[in-house]
Design a protein around this ligand. Sequence first.
Ligand code: SF4
Length: 616
Amino acid sequence: MDYKKYSQILKHVTKPGRYTGGEIGQVIKNKEDIRCRFAFCFPDTYEIGMSNLGVRILYGVLNEMPDVWCERVYAPWTDMAEYMRKHSIPLTAHESGDKVADFDIVGFTLQYELCYTNVLYMLDLAGIPLLASERGEDCPIIIGGGPCTYNAEPVADFFDIFSIGEGEEALPELCRLYIKMKSDGTYTRSKFLYEAATTLEGFYVPSLYKVEYKADGTIKSYIPADEKVPAKIKKRIVDDFDTSYYPTKPVMPFIETVHDRIMLEVYRGCIRGCRFCQAGMVYRPVRDRTVPTLCCQAKELYENTGYDEISLTSLSISDYSDIDELTNTLVEWSDANMVSLSLPSLRVDSFTKELMDKVSSVRTSGLTFAPEAGTQRLRDAINKNVYEEDLMRAVRVAFEAGKNSVKLYFMIGLPTETDEDIIGIAKLAKAVIDEYYKTPNRNKKRPPQVTISVACFVPKPFTPFQWEAQNTREELARKQQLLGDNITDSRIRYTFHDSRTSHIEAVFARGDRRLSAAILEAYRRGSCFDAWDEHFDYDRWLSVFADTGIDVAFYANRELGEDEVLPWDIIDCGVKKEFLLRERRRAYESKPSPNCREGCLGCGANSLGGMRRCCP
Ligand code: SF4
């Protein structure tokens, strides 16, 4: 890295702290000792990437290996990229300042579909060929991981290999294989990829599978290169979650990041089974960390970071089996150390005065609940398992504690939805306002404020709703208008997501390999940072799809056949298709299902890993 030229440039770009490196907690190693250099790329800005728990964990896990050096790389903002291109400065890693192209393995975490063009943006800035088929022996291995790899087909042409599932144990295995093959002289790119795909569990090498299509455009089959190549790639999960690695010395950012606090991962998976929620399915089975482990990690993180806030993270924190013991134990310590506790994902049916009194984040910040649907019938159909009385009880608790504002999350475009369900959202918000005035010892100084935030449903792989068509944009716009027309109370604020981003997200969420050509073309026409409003260009995407022969309705707005081969059928996430179909049927009967604690529904997730592990 030409630091002199770089430091000059830093004066001219926004947030130069994104590029400096040198933070407390970063890992520096002696290159002499290193046999595998891993560049960990986050395809979005520094302040978002630095807050990603997955990156923190895997950065720590790999750097625990004495002969592996993992370094961080973030997507430079467009002003910096312009300078880099103008001055021929390649993309470099934060720790060493070395060129990403000189690393052995370059990994990308794929957290959301709209980051795909940023993968190409970073490969391009690094001077690495965008297509896997164009990479030579001197090129690093490009690996992808994260939630989007549960359907990685749209970006298959850009990656040499994918890590499916949890990386804590899988990625070190891959690095060890790399080091072994380099040292015993058997390493070539193709041999390494073949070896990884056929000897390590959880690695998907797209180039080892031929995809056949039917005349109607659907997939006929995936053909493995030979009998050793697995027909399906089984996701990896961490065997013993309580004792698994957890970073207690994270890198401390120089600039403000999205989550500037301690994140304690309390458990993985979810017992609920909401039928639209991909995370609730693919992170199964449910695995807890014990209270002693969590308290120990909390204290270590506090000592090493000095942060004054701890966030207990999981998909549904109030479902943690020992939530009372954990919060009681932590509150005693956190109050004594002036550290506040926050519980981000609180379910409305578990919101109590006791919990509110304990948890400062609830006391200090606004209250957010996610009923998701406006009527009980639709909440049952999506298996949300929350009831209007739960919401009224929860807001009453909040109003009695002096709160006057509540934020409610909903989705529109859900399967089986009717106009009555849409109008039901307005009625529910009004009911919360009325509940305020029914609460005798409410805070009378300020009027109540209810904010409704409405997203557009996106059908996701490995959910009971994976076969559902997304509403067309016209239909979503009609429903957004219908809801707006039915909100007549000025104390209700109404915001809704732009259906254009949800539309593109749906195309990629259910896309196949033929979409790679469109992503490449969109990048070439200037698409990047698509997750940012100021950069997202819907019309450009539509013209790219038209020019590359992609029928967006085929991917987003078409009901998929239940016997159709789906792009993600190449992956085994543990949850079985039969279970998803059973849950789909129950949705159409507006029937909720019990959660895992009320009885196992046999989703199949407990087949993962040796020992029987769930039924929490
Ligand atoms: S196997 Fe049963 S208990 Fe385990 S996650 Fe699936 S449904 Fe729940």
